[in-house]
Design a protein around this ligand. Structure first.
Ligand code: BTN
Length: 285
């Protein structure tokens, strides 16, 4: 795998040798050596990329290691997970080799805890940009961080905390057929997109590094580093009529107005502006 300058692959600047065709590459194993060569560079965020054939959950594994002091910048990818976890206590399932499932360990120590809620949104921006750049699909964010193409879910993100550490897990459906996906989900193959998982992973990590370092450099000020503007540009929820199910069971309905400085979705409801910090959004129309 070779770089041609800028490591943000979504800007179309890297080439990968030895990838035969999108369909064969989709299920060929991730190449840990090539990934490391492409992404782990002196002075960069990423210090190691590990690839395992199978585990329960890459998020759980990295959380355990984070509690034992593992340093920032380690990425763990798995060909398959037996207990992949999603948001709101859901499972995340994918057939072996058909998804890109990985977690990254971050430690944004210079960012005040109140701003750290931006990490999952930042990851959503990275995934959407990499999908646009690498797979040429029109990827949009459904707040907070589902990644959709043509209104169907292509990727999901689960960020979990252990002390100062945040583990960001991403699952992207790459070659899964419709019958193995949950209702309302899609894959790159189903969208007719041609890419391979190594290239996509390098692209996501390049975007993640770019936005994370910019955000940390501004001590978590999402406006100061342009993250909030970029999130809003990519967010297909804004301007839509939405129904949000809140964790306690209540529902908020209205028009999604903006994402505020804290990363909350501000809904213009019949009773006024409601800032939502967690919940499940349905795009009503
Ligand atoms: C969601 O949409 O609900 C989030 C899905 C997140 C799935 C990824 S796959 C890699 C990482 N490990 C996990 O157990 N979950 C995340």
């Amino acid at each position: 795998m070779k770089w041609a300058g800028d490591r943000r692959l979504s800007q179309g600047v890297a080439t990968i040798a030895g990838v035969a065709s999108a369909s064969s590459a989709a299920r060929s194993p991730l190449d840990a050596g090539a990934l490391r060569e492409a992404v782990v560079v002196p002075g960069g965020l990423w210090r190691d990329i590990r690839v395992v054939a199978e585990t329960g959950s890459t998020n759980s594994d990295l959380l355990t290691e984070a509690r034992s002091g593992l340093a920032e910048g380690v990425v763990l990818a798995a060909e398959t997970q037996s207990a992949g976890r999603g948001r709101m206590g859901r499972h995340w399932i994918s057939p072996p080799g058909a998804a890109l499932a990985f977690s990254a360990l971050l430690r944004p120590e210079d960012v005040p805890p109140a701003s750290r809620g931006w990490v999952p949104l930042l990851a959503g921006v990275a995934v959407a940009l990499a999908l646009r750049g690498q797979a040429a699909v029109e990827a949009w964010l459904k707040w907070p961080n589902d990644v959709q193409v043509n209104g169907a879910k292509l990727a999901g993100i689960l960020a979990e905390q252990a002390g100062d550490a945040i583990v960001v897990g991403t699952g992207i459906n790459v070659s899964a057929a419709r019958d193995v996906l949950p209702a309302g989900a899609t894959s790159l193959a189903l969208e007719g997109a041609r890419t391979d998982r190594d290239r996509l992973l390098v692209g996501v990590l390049g975007e993640l590094e770019h936005w994370y370092l910019a955000w940390v450099g501004q001590r978590g000020d999402a406006d100061g580093c342009g993250l909030r503007q970029e999130y809003q540009r990519l967010c297909g929820t804004l301007g839509r009529q939405v129904r949000v199910s809140l964790p306690g069971g209540a529902t908020v309905a209205g028009v999604a107005g903006e994402v505020d400085r804290a990363g909350r979705l501000v809904v213009r409801s019949a009773s006024g502006l409601v800032p939502v910090s967690a919940g499940d959004v349905v795009h009503v129309r």
